[in-house]
Design a protein around this ligand. Structure first.
Ligand SMILES: Nc1ncnc2c1ncn2[C@@H]1O[C@H](COP(=O)(O)OP(=O)(O)O)[C@@H](O)[C@H]1O
Ligand SMILES: [Mg+2]
Length: 315
């Protein structure tokens, strides 16, 4: 670790605080009636498919306890799967599964778990253990993403995800989150993943932050994590814009993963994206948000909007 980020330093650089994010952006630009489109991952997935946005393939949905009987045959059919709560967040309730070894299934973290354990786990998802407000939920099984080899040295047993903040249909900030030994195959910052800023114009990583500390290397692999070029950057920006157009939220967090065979896939959308992207970029969001807000008109054309991102946002 090479430094400590003092909140005062960031405040001077136009950092957006949680209250202002809520009142000036989320409340103003995200109509409540649109939340269900992004708060349920199954709804988001089907909307994306209709809009031609690629997502990890849905294998099965489990709604009722009696459907737990189908789990074994599903797991036999699809070897590498991820099980998720439809209303989950922050990486909670996500089980990343690998191959079956004898009677057991291997998790991304390397643990061996039994079918009974998985059934119990899914039953907990259904009971609402991981859903907002503890309401009954659905569980689903989807294709397990094989991450792009570019991340071999900077990811620990999990798939990094790319978060783009899109304001009024224009990408204004980005970061990549890298799983660590702590984060158990998930790229969520609260689970211990590292946030690394991305220069919007070049698609190269800038600063990396764990907690409040700036770092330049991955804690598990010891490889450098800045100046890494994210492949297919322009395509990633295009998908982020398409997602914003599809759900109609003015202030949106788009999460994507990069599959080694399928390319960029959209994982989920967030109507209340966190503010850590500012720490990861060592740059406040306000400047870019205000620049976009001051424009009389946002072009419809996606490439023109990407140009706007590139020209307005000089990292
Ligand atoms: N299909 C998948 N294949 C591999 N890893 C996944 C997959 N889906 C999720 N993950 C891992 O779990 C993390 C959290 O998943 P996500 O769908 O974003 O749910 P949450 O709302 O809990 O953040 C991702 O950042 C990624 O690291
Ligand atoms: Mg997520």
């Amino acid at each position: 670790m090479i430094g400590f980020v003092h909140p005062n330093t960031l405040r001077k650089q136009g950092v957006l605080g949680i209250n202002q994010r809520n009142t000036d952006f989320i409340m103003r630009y995200n109509p409540r009636h649109l939340y269900p489109l992004v708060d349920d991952k199954l709804t988001t997935k089907s909307l994306a498919i209709k809009a031609g946005i690629e997502v990890p393939r849905l294998y099965a949905t489990i709604t009722f306890d009696h459907e737990l009987n189908t789990l074994e045959s599903l797991l036999n059919k699809y070897h590498q799967v991820v099980i998720k709560p439809a209303h989950g967040s922050g990486g909670n309730g996500i089980l990343v599964l690998g191959d079956r070894i004898g009677k057991f299934y291997k998790t991304a973290g390397g643990d061996l778990i039994s079918l009974n354990f998985i059934k119990h786990y899914v039953s907990n998802i259904l009971s609402g253990m991981y859903s907002l407000g503890g309401l009954p939920d659905k569980a689903f099984l989807e294709y397990r993403v094989k991450f792009d080899p570019v991340f071999n040295n900077v990811s620990f047993k999990g798939v990094p995800d790319i978060r783009i903040i899109v304001f009024k249909g224009v990408p204004v900030a980005a970061m990549i989150r890298l799983p660590t030994s702590k984060s158990g195959g998930k790229a969520n910052l609260h689970q211990g993943a590292i946030g690394v800023g991305i220069n919007l114009a070049s698609g190269k990583t800038t600063y990396a932050v764990t907690g409040n500390h700036i770092t330049t290397m991955h804690p598990d692999t010891s490889h450098t994590i800045n100046n890494l070029e994210i492949p297919q950057w322009e395509k990633i920006l295009m998908i982020a814009i398409k997602c914003a157009d599809t759900v109609g939220l003015g202030y949106l967090g788009v999460d994507m993963v990069l599959d080694s065979e399928l390319g960029p896939l959209m994982l989920e959308l967030n109507a209340r994206p966190g503010l850590n992207v500012q720490l990861a970029n060592q740059q406040g969001l306000k400047i870019n948000l205000e620049k976009i807000d001051q424009l009389d008109k946002i072009p419809k054309d996606i490439m023109q909007r990407i140009d706007l991102t590139r020209s307005l946002i000089k990292n």
